[in-house]
Design a protein around this ligand. Structure first.
Ligand SMILES: [Zn+2]
Length: 256
């Protein structure tokens, strides 16, 4: 899998423009946690610098800082699975610093400051610092209340919030929480979201530790296909840009 940039616009020709992220997915499929951690760190910094994720970078109006912090969180989980707890804490602490910097100096709206606080909270969970995590989730709750957005459900699709939701659903696999599980029916979507993060992120991280596995995130999926997983015989698949993966165990079913 290589990234192509035929027209020189800095945007690769593949569907997601996540060459490092794609390598991370393949490493997850091999259960090579150290390689996955390294690839997610590279994805984070490449995204931050505007070399991945269609070139938005961390500091523009359409900031991808949430994607960068989410990838540092994924790296942290992978380091945990590799047994490198010190590196797991380092990645989480890096993520918290980036999120706090974005909160103070990049986000221009209160609703995005709240999303940055959510990320500080998730990073502090991953750094095994529950008191700091609780304080960050309190600040996120208060910032969302201050923001008093007209349409809370629509606010969940802002870039930083969307990156947070994507991380949450990834960490929940194979249980696969859905948007409604996180946000309810919409009226108190943001308040509910913070409560969900506060209670569920520690559970998800503990579950991944217990199972010794981080599945690939859910991309587009199909059930009862003609594919058959070489590892577990399942016929349900998860289509990622570098490979067709087994939806059940995340093994590679077919390279693309
Ligand atoms: Zn399988």
């Amino acid at each position: 899998m290589t990234s192509t940039d035929g027209d020189g616009d800095g945007v690769s020709g593949d569907g997601t423009d996540r060459p490092h992220g794609d390598r991370a997915v393949l490493a997850l499929a091999r259960e090579d946690w150290r390689a996955a951690a390294d690839a997610y760190v590279q994805a984070a910094f490449a995204t931050f610098a505007g070399y991945e994720g269609f070139g938005y970078g961390a500091f523009g109006d359409r900031t991808e800082v949430g994607v960068a912090v989410a990838d540092l969180c994924r790296a942290s989980v992978c380091h945990r699975l590799a047994g490198a707890t010190d590196r797991a804490r380092n990645r989480a602490a890096q993520g918290a610093l980036v999120a706090a910097d974005a909160r103070d100096h990049v986000a221009s709206e209160r609703v995005d400051e709240a999303a940055c606080e959510e990320f500080v909270g998730v990073c502090r969970v991953l750094a095994d610092d529950p008191d700091e995590a609780a304080a960050a989730f309190d600040r996120a709750r208060d910032a969302y209340a201050d923001a008093a957005v007209d349409d809370p459900a629509a606010a969940t699709t802002r870039p930083i919030q969307q990156a947070g939701t994507d991380l949450l659903t990834h960490l929940s696999r194979p249980d696969d929480v859905a948007w409604d599980d996180v946000h309810g029916t919409g009226g108190d979507a943001l308040g509910r979201r913070v409560r969900f993060l506060r209670s569920k992120v520690p559970e998800f991280v503990a579950a991944r530790d217990r199972e010794g596995k981080l599945h690939a995130a859910r991309a587009s999926t199909e059930y009862n296909t003609n594919y058959r997983c070489p590892a577990c015989d399942a016929t349900d698949v998860n289509y990622h840009s570098p490979a067709v993966l087994c939806l059940r165990c995340s093994a590679v079913v077919e390279e693309r």
